[in-house]
Design a protein around this ligand. Sequence first.
Ligand SMILES: [Zn+2]
Length: 304
Amino acid sequence: MRTWVISGAIALVLSATSPAWGWGEKGHRMVNRLAARSLPRDVPLFFRRAVWELEYLGYDPDRWRSPTEPALSAANAPEHFMNLEHVEGRTLPPDRLQFLQGLVTREIVRGDVTPARLGFLPYRIVELTELLRGQFRLWRHAPRRTARQRAERHQIEQNILFIAGVLGHFVADGAQPQHTTVHYDGWNTAVAPNPHGYTTERGIHLRFENDFVNEAVTESDVRPLLRRPRRLGPLFEETMRYLRESHALVERLYELDREGGFVPSSTHAEARRFVAERLAAAAHMLASLWYTAWVESRGEPSPP
Ligand SMILES: [Zn+2]
């Protein structure tokens, strides 16, 4: 009975909080744009030229969050984050179905958490990257002798841009530390003590990723921090490493906020640098995922 009461209380606290949204439109557009401009020349020209299209798509998954599409909204919301505290010390399986199975058996989660409150972000990133790799492979082998073949090849290019652009959204969300934590909008004292007096009030999420980015960060702050894309290793491991790096910055974010760093008129140099570094990390990871998908798409398409 006692266990039920405690876990019920935690569930209540968790469900009282609304799902996280991600960088505002400016941050998402910037990440996709910078990634698109940082690609090496061996990536196909149609892709490198599509900077505006890829930029537009960076914000697209947040356009799918409308109460007029309730089923889509419900399924889409947990794709944008993963609260890593709930899986701390656990080895996650590399695909979503095994992960869901582990949730059912409670083997891979700590505490009483529903799928909607845990989030699926790494799975979304890996699934989209694999989808992109497969489409690049089809494109490499698509003939273009007849008008029909050229139309189909063009459609593959459209598919590639859509998948790559949408992937950028989720990669950028992963660089926002609050998309990896139960403290996604105010320190969650129901889950962790608060000895350093971080804000517990709602509003820090939007203040950091939207209001502050809109007013205090420009592309010229981010561009110098951007590294060249690299060929990644195993996808799931690389994705989890990227999310854990972001997660390790959760406390730093709350410290900077406590110092008033993220009020829009702030002149706090470290706060600006912090945001710029996060956006640069996202653009670097995104360009690396695109590049790796392209490089690894060599070889024959396998039969369906
Ligand atoms: Zn998002």
